[in-house]
Design a protein around this ligand. Structure first.
Ligand code: SF4
Length: 201
């Protein structure tokens, strides 16, 4: 059984990579091997585009209206495959496509504007804000790129607002009320909706 496509709630999820440059304190990967109907989201190898396409072709999309790129890794670590897959889904299915991301694609892919490449392919993006400043972000997310990651994530979010119809940020409810308020203010200043997520144990 492939573990590229899985469902959770009423959405289809695509687990296209296990690679991630971060080690978030609250990463679901630390606590459980699987989500939804999938036993394990650990891939035995990084899937090729053809393997992802096959997994999609073999899944019955009937009754689903949303597909989310979100698995046990950062989807933009496989940016080329992510974009090709989104294009294929746009051409063959009648669903909205959302990307859940850490927002570090520009650093990961050594590019100036990843968000522009997503125009017309990704309908909605949810970016993990995680903290209200670079130091706190670094202490929670532990990105391999260090302190510059926070600004890169904010830049990606602002770029996304130009190219992607729906842009939201998220924090996990365990960061504390003060931090949640600061994150809320940061989002308000940038006209971004903030979602406070419940920590999945
Ligand atoms: S960015 Fe996502 S996949 Fe990577 S460590 Fe953080 S929560 Fe886990």
């Amino acid at each position: 059984m492939n573990n590229i496509v899985y469902t959770y709630g009423n959405k289809i999820y695509l687990n296209i990579t296990n690679v991630c440059p971060c080690r978030c304190e609250f990463c679901v990967r630390n606590n459980t091997d699987g989500l939804g109907d999938m036993g394990s989201l650990w891939l035995d190898h990084e899937p090729s585009y053809d393997e992802i396409k096959d997994a999609i072709d073999n899944f019955d999309f009937t009754g689903y209206s949303d597909v989310v790129f979100c698995g046990y890794g950062e989807p933009t670590c496989a940016l080329k495959k992510l974009l090709s897959t989104a294009k294929y889904i746009k051409e063959t299915k009648n669903v909205k496509i959302r990307l859940n991301t850490n927002g570090l694609s520009d650093l990961i892919n050594k590019t100036e504007n990843s968000a522009a490449k997503m125009e017309g392919l990704i309908d909605a993006v949810s970016i993990s804000l995680n903290a209200s400043d670079a130091e706190k972000y670094d202490s929670i997310v532990h990105p391999s790129f260090g302190l510059k990651s926070f600004d890169a994530m904010i830049k990606f979010t602002k770029d996304a607002q130009k190219y992607i119809p729906s842009v939201k940020m998220s924090v996990v409810d365990t960061i504390g009320e003060d931090e949640i308020e600061k994150c809320r203010k940061l989002c308000e200043e940038n006209d971004i909706e903030l979602r406070v997520r419940t920590y999945i144990k």
